[in-house]
Design a protein around this ligand. Structure first.
Ligand SMILES: Cc1cc2nc3c(=O)[nH]c(=O)nc-3n(C[C@H](O)[C@H](O)[C@H](O)COP(=O)(O)O)c2cc1C
Length: 323
């Protein structure tokens, strides 16, 4: 069976890779909520793992993708794909192979990261200006990776502008990528609205599935994105952190995960694994800040815990809010 038939027989909903945000703990919580709401994510993609000089040791893969030890599934059973970022085709191929030997279900390649440190080392979105190298990287990874494991690419519309979109499209077409995800903005456009969903259309002429991404915060935007991009397949990023029920709302707009229903998941987050409590509290505050955009109650709680440094104190406040 082709990957297209195997993975895309229905519209897919993907939880985006987000370094420092959708880490293993956040993935665990968000995929659990989605499953509970009856619309599990089809899969999620790990934060990027940077490939620079050698084949990474197993502990690095396990640190970024602990799900590898659980058949590459989150606790609620959502598959996690491994994302690699780098510019040396051969080394990328070898690392992809190493990841599959640890049980990676699929390899995704990052050509969208805007970070200066990464771009200065010829990684991430800067490669959109080097379509031939991009093609060579994907082809090398495809070549090294067992044929039963899909290899996908995640791109933006361009680096400075969209002038070489046609060359990027050709590079993808020649690369052997099994599917493509497009964050519908250039690197220069960063993360600012709007996203240019209509620009994705050019890529949907490729004979591989295309997943559209960028600026989907609610049901209406999801519909408009799918329509304008001419693909039913969507990846959700910050919107999925802000409204963890967004994945269900895309197809069932009446879905509404109340603040109260979200509290146990916030407590579970605060009880999750982290380097230390301070790091965990920081991560939780980051989430609460984003939840404030989706829930007024989050804003109120945020104001009352701004200076709190004890995890249990926050958990107690959350418990108090339970009906
Ligand atoms: C904090 C943050 C970290 C990100 N890290 C990654 C990453 O590791 N790999 C990647 O391909 N994209 C990364 N992205 C981009 C997202 O996957 C997504 O393409 C982008 O946020 C647009 O979707 P959205 O508007 O729905 O958030 C990141 C985005 C954010 C906000």
């Amino acid at each position: 069976m082709s990957f297209s038939a195997q993975f895309f027989s229905n519209p897919v909903r993907i939880l985006a890779p987000m370094e420092g945000l959708s880490d293993p703990l956040m993935r665990q919580i968000l995929t659990q909520i989605a499953s509970k709401l009856g619309r599990p994510y089809d899969w999620s993609v790990s934060e990027f793992i940077r490939v620079t000089q050698h084949v990474l040791p197993n502990n690095v893969f396990y640190r970024y993708v602990p799900e590898l030890k659980n058949n590459s599934l989150t606790a609620s059973g959502t598959p996690i794909h491994v994302q690699l970022l780098g510019s040396n085709p051969e080394l990328m191929g070898e690392n992809a192979l190493a990841a599959t030997e640890l049980g990676a279900l699929a390899i995704d390649l990052n050509f969208g990261c805007p970070a200066k440190t990464v771009n200065n080392h010829r990684g991430g979105s800067v490669l959109l200006d080097e379509p031939k190298l991009m093609r060579d990287i994907i082809a090398a990874v495809r070549d090294k990776t067992p044929s039963c494991i899909p290899v996908s690419a995640k791109i933006r519309l361009g680096y400075h502008d969209t002038s070489n979109m046609e060359d990027i499209r050709k590079a993808i077409a020649d690369s052997g990528a099994d599917w493509l995800t497009i964050h519908a903005r250039t690197k220069t456009q960063g993360y600012k609205p709007p996203a240019y969903w209509e620009k994705v259309i050019g890529f949907t002429e490729l004979p591989i599935p295309v997943i559209a991404n960028g600026e989907i915060w609610n049901h209406d935007q999801a519909l408009r994105c799918a329509l304008q991009a001419n693909t039913p397949h969507l990846m959700l990023g910050r919107g999925a952190v802000t409204r963890p029920d967004l994945v269900a709302q895309v197809d069932s707009p009446e879905t509404d995960l109340s603040w109260h229903a979200l509290i146990p998941y916030q407590i579970a987050f605060l009880q999750g694994e982290a380097k230390n409590d301070l790091a965990l509290i920081g991560r939780y505050k980051q989430w609460l800040g984003m939840l404030s955009r989706g829930y007024i109650e989050a804003k109120v709680l945020w104001d009352s815990i701004k200076r709190v440094r004890e995890k249990q104190h926050i958990i107690d406040l959350l418990i108090e809010q339970l009906p």
